[in-house]
Design a protein around this ligand. Structure first.
Ligand SMILES: [Fe+2]
Length: 451
């Protein structure tokens, strides 16, 4: 038991080390894990009496009849109804939900932001969330929101869950700990985490200040993309996704649980920690993924594939092949295509593209799109390489070339993204972004053979 004490009063299932969280590999596996021996019933879900006086409870992440259903059986000190009481509405003014169309804000445009700076304020996961864009409708469970988080303070005797959404977390700076009902995930830049809808957790700062990006998915859960002719290997491999082993705290202190529900926030007061799941089994769980294990596939002779070739995870909509959200990664890779304009081509897209820079330099925008910064190319708005990128790539000697020290991502959605007032007025918007294309010259010459 001694090597299972992760922190003061926190017991986790046996794993490789007592002082770090333990994980189980695989994407969407039917996991089982117990922090106390024999806590997990075998061969059935609802025994007449559970071991250790635990309560059995199912957490359903899909309809019972979905195919496949996603659900997890929890064996916990108290049932969740004891972690919920009367609710009081509260205001978190910077965390917005769709629809959030501000008539005074223009979302029609190409936008780019410098990193949102930290302030002197002590900000938690809840108070430090800054919504940049919203899309779709949280009430009908379609669309998404994008956020920047600025977190400097741990949640103490304070817990949260979102009934609205699954959260995809992309850290850019600092280390966070997500202590969830189903176990503990430590997260640092170059990793991502997925926190499922309905799961209670708290967020602690291991090393701050912390900044990063969040994609709040109102719709169907993220899944691995279909690989088509690529086949079974490369891109994101299932075993590189890690779900936490069971961990719980048996803590009898006055606590607060905040709930996000249909775009509103409410809180409820309870007398204990709700992170009391001693054992669980099922396929509805949080997980993390190391982006450095993403194996990019690309052009090995000529031309430039669509960026969908770099999809890490996709959240489907009701239209096959048209994602509610794609999470796309642009990381280190070799460029070898012959006789080819290698950066992303100019285009207009029905999908709306929100990008963030985790580190390094992005090939289509060598300047201005900096780590911690974001850009938005909204539905059907043209964009592409800036003048320098165009001239450089058009005149480069095309030997094998390593794009090194680069990691950016895209939250791409089938819905237009509306800027929040914060994104338009408070965040460090680059007013001159549109000018990066101003110097592109007319090069047309009707002489045959002229390039
Ligand atoms: Fe694009």
């Amino acid at each position: 038991m001694k090597d299972q004490i992760l922190a003061d009063g926190v017991v986790q299932a046996p794993n490789t080390g007592g002082t770090t969280p333990g994980y189980m590999p695989g994407f969407g596996n039917d996991f089982e894990t117990e922090a106390l021996p024999g806590a997990l019933p075998q061969g059935m879900n609802s025994p007449q009496k559970c071991e250790y006086g635990l309560y059995g409870e199912q957490l359903s992440g899909t309809a019972f009849t979905a195919n496949p259903p996603e659900r997890t059986w929890c064996y916990r000190i108290r049932p969740s109804v004891k972690h919920s009481h009367r609710y009081t509405k509260i205001d978190l003014p910077y965390w917005k939900s769709a629809p959030n169309v501000d008539p005074d804000v223009t979302s029609l445009g190409q936008y780019r932001w410098d990193p949102v700076p930290h302030t002197e304020d002590k900000l938690t996961w809840l108070t430090g969330m800054r919504t940049m864009t919203t899309a779709g409708d949280v009430n009908t469970q379609v669309g998404m929101a994008s956020h920047v988080y600025l977190v400097t303070a741990s949640m103490v005797d304070e817990y949260f869950f979102s009934a609205d959404s699954e959260l995809l977390v992309v850290p850019q700076e600092g280390h966070l700990r997500f202590f969830t009902e189903l176990g503990i995930i430590d997260l640092e830049p170059k990793e991502i985490a997925i926190i499922p809808r309905g799961l209670v957790y708290k967020v602690e700062v291991l090393e701050g200040p912390c900044r990063g990006f969040v994609c709040e998915n109102y719709g169907q859960k993220f899944e691995l993309p279909g690989r088509g002719p690529i086949g079974a290997n490369c891109m994101a491999n299932p075993r590189d996704f890690k779900a936490p082993v069971a961990a719980f705290e048996d803590k009898e202190t006055p606590s607060k649980v905040t709930v996000k529900w249909c775009g509103q926030f409410h809180e409820t007061q309870i007398g204990q920690s709700p992170l009391d799941v001693v054992a669980w089994h099922g396929n509805y769980a949080p997980y993390k993924y190391d982006l450095r294990t993403y194996c990019p596939v690309g052009a090995i002779l000529f031309d430039h594939p669509d960026p969908s070739i770099f999809t890490v995870l996709t959240a489907p909509s009701g239209v096959p092949g048209t994602a509610n959200i794609d999470f796309v990664l642009f990381r280190e890779r070799w460029m070898v295509a012959e006789n080819t304009f290698r950066p992303p081509w100019y285009h207009k897209n029905i999908m709306s593209e929100l990008m963030g820079n985790i580190y390094g330099q992005y090939d289509a925008k060598p300047q201005g799109f900096i780590p911690g910064g974001m850009s938005l190319h909204n539905m059907m708005l043209p964009h592409g390489p800036d003048k320098n990128a165009f001239e450089g790539a058009s005149n480069a000697n095309l030997g094998p070339d390593k794009l090194d020290n680069t990691m950016s991502f895209m939250f791409e959605t089938r819905f237009p993204q509306h800027l929040t007032g914060f994104a338009a007025d408070e965040a460090p918007l680059q007013d001159d972004y549109i000018d990066c294309w101003t110097d592109l010259e007319k090069k047309f010459d009707g002489t045959p053979g002229k390039k």
